[in-house]
Write a protein of this length. Structure first.
Length: 311
């Protein structure tokens, strides 16, 4: 029997999709890829495959889940299976350097960024950036891991040389231009099937960690956004910024079907894209208020794809 196969490593982020798949009576199977094997001589099962592996998997004890998933995706693609968010998508998911270079290739503005490996090199990267304030962030992140705001090189030195310094799981730290918005919010644009679905305005008053998942709104120790009320997330009616068309082209060129892309506008009206989430989540309170449901649309999209493969 052909199925929708969902590749992941976090049950809490899959529950909403499962409910929608069951609501639509769609056959599915979850592939929890924190551990496993790949028999390269075998053929994968029939069906469609949707990858929602997360760059933050290591925070849940699944250090090598992205590497295993990339191997599984390569095996699926080599055998001609229908894969959504395949090998190209996961390479962008786990590397902001890859994200920014790919965005720039499509003419999309990103914050000025210098990547560094090594504590000395982090300081040198900030000096090279040549602007204050600036932020640091992890190259392989998710949930705002490693994001810190600095107003001087001296403050960065104190952090890097102090006991609270946290190295990125892949060793790469990014030093990045701080984009100061005239109002404290960013916008997260959601795409399914490579097409724009809706935009969410996210209040940034309390910090940078902006995971919209309901699991992050209760007691996720890795996601301080959970300490703030769900009203932080609000779907924007009629959002039609010109960057949407550019982002859709970017997704098409990089073979990404499902994504949440975060953008921010500075005081001069310049719009920057700064984060591509190929393991995107939706906030149920914001969706209920607006009457739009990302997981329902995603389940419908996957069901339609499954129907095509079974003809």
């Amino acid at each position: 029997m052909t199925k929708i196969h969902v590749l992941h490593e976090n049950n809490e982020w899959t529950n909403h999709l499962v409910r929608r798949l069951e609501e639509l009576s769609l056959p599915y199977e979850l592939w929890h890829l924190d551990q496993g094997t790949i028999d390269l001589a075998s053929e994968p099962p029939e069906g469609v495959f949707y990858n929602r592996m997360s760059a933050s998997s290591h925070t849940r004890g699944h250090r090598y889940a992205p590497e295993l998933t990339e191997g599984v995706l390569a095996w699926l693609e080599a055998n001609g299976r229908t894969v959504f968010n395949g090998t190209r998508a996961i390479r962008l998911e786990v590397s902001k350097v890859n994200q920014y270079t790919a965005l720039q290739r499509e003419g999309i503005r990103v914050p000025k960024t210098v990547a560094a490996v090594g504590k000395k090199q982090i300081i040198e990267a900030a000096e090279k950036l040549g602007m204050t304030p600036f932020i640091t962030k992890h190259n392989r992140a998710g949930k705002g891991l490693g994001v810190q705001l600095f107003h001087s090189i001296d403050a960065l030195k104190a952090y890097v040389e102090g006991p609270t310094f946290e190295e990125s799981i892949d060793g790469i730290t990014l030093i990045q231009q701080y984009i100061e918005a005239p109002k404290p919010y960013i916008t997260r644009c959601e795409f399914i099937g490579g097409k724009f679905v809706y935009a969410v305005r996210v209040d940034t008053s309390d910090g940078f960690e902006l995971c919209p998942a309901d699991a992050c709104s209760i007691e996720d120790q890795f996601c301080p956004v959970g300490e703030t009320p769900p009203a932080k997330f609000e779907i924007v009616e009629g959002f039609n910024d010109p960057i949407i068309e550019q982002l859709e082209t970017f997704l098409q060129k990089n073979e990404i079907a499902v994504a949440g892309i975060e953008i921010i506008e500075d005081a001069d009206g310049n719009v920057y894209a700064y984060d591509v989430n190929t393991n995107t989540n939706y906030n149920s309170d914001a969706e209920a208020k607006a009457g739009q449901y990302g997981m329902l649309e995603l389940a419908t999209f996957l069901g339609d794809a499954l129907a095509v493969t079974t003809k």
